[in-house]
Design a protein around this ligand. Structure first.
Ligand code: CDP
Ligand code: CDP
Length: 221
């Protein structure tokens, strides 16, 4: 059976990674969380006391960064399990800042392409269909209203026991989307050949079923 490459892009908290993981499991494909890689760069700056705005300082960290995405979904940074630490709100905004630097992007994009070669992969992020894998067989641009996305992230945090404020969450998501869509290098945008999927009124199961239909059609082509 043909093993294709699937790209899922879209704004923050649209459900990209949850859907990508579920589809990867169904297909026995490798899931590649590219956002986690930008989060690792930001986290590294944070623990080294380097300001996210200090481009030269952040770029200087890259040569010593070894990021590993393990098959169980956990993330290792220079051997340390940073799976939870990189999800902190502080690191989300940091990731959005450091992801504006061309050298950070080219460093991570090269690794993402290497991991994706051979197909049988599903990557989620902001520039997968436009830059990382412009030839991906299936491209999805997953969106949902900002209220829906903020509610989902809020619920997720509360369930994990993380205290948060809905209005703050919404403002943070809006600010990050704006920054990601307006940066000069590889801004977040829908690839011309991507299928837009608005999940505002869809359950996770409905989204997965829809994506699986799209994959099956591609495999039949
Ligand atoms: O990866 P991304 O930031 O786009 O979003 P996510 O972390 O996968 O999803 C954010 C939250 O929305 C998760 O808690 C999902 O379970 C939830 N979600 C949902 O409730 N319904 C959907 N149709 C999609 C996601
Ligand atoms: O899960 P959520 O959508 O909140 O964020 P994420 O996918 O973990 O990405 C964190 C940040 O990394 C985003 O706000 C983007 O600024 C950046 N990013 C990027 O520039 N390109 C990617 N392919 C993935 C993430």
């Amino acid at each position: 059976m043909k093993r294709i490459s699937i790209a899922i892009d879209g704004p923050a908290a649209a459900g990209k990674s949850t859907i990508a993981k579920m589809v990867a499991r169904n297909l026995n494909y490798t899931y590649i969380d590219t956002g986690a890689m930008y989060r690792c760069v930001a986290y590294s700056a944070f623990i080294h006391g380097i300001s996210y705005e200090d481009e030269a300082g952040v770029v200087g960290l890259l040569k010593d960064l070894k990021i590993k995405l393990l098959p169980d979904g956990s993330i290792r940074l220079n051997g340390e399990d940073v799976s939870s630490a990189i999800r902190a709100n502080e690191v989300s905004m940091g990731a959005s800042i450091v992801s504006q630097y061309a050298k950070v992007r080219s460093f991570l994009v090269a690794q993402q392409r290497e991991m994706a070669k051979g197909g049988g992969v599903i990557l989620d992020g902001r520039d997968i269909g436009t830059v990382v894998l412009p030839d991906a067989e299936l491209k999805i641009y997953q969106v949902a209203s900002v209220e829906t996305r903020a509610k989902r992230r809020y619920k997720e945090n509360i369930e994990k026991g993380i205290e948060c404020d809905y209005e703050e969450m919404k403002a943070e998501i809006e600010a990050r989307d704006k920054q990601d869509m307006n940066r000069e290098v590889s801004p977040l945008k829908k690839a011309d050949d991507a299928i837009e999927l608005d999940t505002s009124n869809m359950s996770l199961e409905e989204v997965v079923a829809h994506v699986m239909d799209l994959v099956e059609k591609k495999l039949e082509e």
